[in-house]
Design a protein around this ligand. Structure first.
Ligand code: NI
Length: 259
């Protein structure tokens, strides 16, 4: 049994076969999916899907750094309302992305802090996106994130950066498809990370794990990430599944499976 702790099952790329993909994941042992919103519309869609799949899909509400210019006080107020719904388990995804820089840096930073405040107010964990922005994320978390919980989703840094992230006691690292690829520091990070602070995810429809040739990632494929993690830690897939599932349940406060 696995949890896909980050899967954009609401996106249009699943419009043609969404129910079949959810069913395939469930039958393959991926019994819970967290769907983080990227803007108001996708957060609303994620919540709608969570309501339609109780105990299986859970929603996050938030504005992705790419869309930071769409985040207004009204949007924040709407997230606050949505966070009262029992299916909303997180604030996110939000963060800083200086690789694509689709929103100006100052806007991204302000929207980042607004989400930290929202997470504090709603007592929900944060789903944080970091790309070429590690130092700023750490700086803003130190200033505004004390006592918060959450996850550095699709962690892509090195061991030293992982140490800085793990210094925030309520936070976990989540591994995605890049763990299965060559030429990055992730195996080293996966070896040193405390097991009780590790999650697995797909970030579907992006980041297809190797050696799959699929063009689109899907929640069922989280097992390839978990298999790689098991290999790196010299553990069985069952052990890694049990541990990462327990971590996800505890971080997001997910209940028992619906079926
Ligand atoms: Ni994402």
């Amino acid at each position: 049994m696995l949890v896909d702790s980050h899967c954009h099952i609401d996106t249009a790329r699943f419009n043609a076969d969404r129910e079949a993909i959810i069913q395939a994941a469930f039958e393959g042992g991926v019994t819970r999916i967290i769907d983080p919103g990227c803007d108001l519309a996708s957060s609303e869609h994620a919540l709608k899907l969570a309501k339609a799949h109780p105990g299986i899909i859970f929603a996050g509400v938030g504005t992705h750094p790419h869309d930071a210019t769409t985040h207004t006080e009204e949007v924040g107020a709407r997230y606050r309302e949505m966070a009262m719904e029992p299916e909303v388990m997180a604030i996110g995804e939000f963060g800083l992305d200086y690789f694509r820089m689709l929103s100006p840096r100052d806007v991204q930073r302000a929207v980042f802090v607004a989400h930290l405040e929202l997470a504090r107010e709603c007592k929900l964990p944060c789903i944080i996106h970091v790309r070429d922005s590690h130092d700023d994320v750490i700086e803003l978390l130190r200033a505004h994130g004390q006592g918060l919980r959450g996850v550095f989703h699709c962690f892509s840094g090195d061991a030293a950066q992982a140490e800085e992230c793990l210094a925030f006691e309520g936070f976990m690292l989540s591994f995605a498809g890049p763990l299965t690829r060559q030429g990055n520091a992730l195996p080293e990070v996966a070896r040193m990370a405390p097991l009780e602070r590790v999650l697995v995810e797909t970030d579907s429809p992006y980041l297809v794990p190797q050696p799959l040739r699929a063009k689109r990632n899907e929640p069922l494929f989280v097992k390839y990430v978990a298999e790689k993690l098991a290999e790196i830690r010299s553990m069985t897939l069952e052990e890694i599944a049990r541990i990462t599932t327990a971590n996800a349940l505890s971080l997001f406060g997910l209940g028992e499976p619906a079926r």
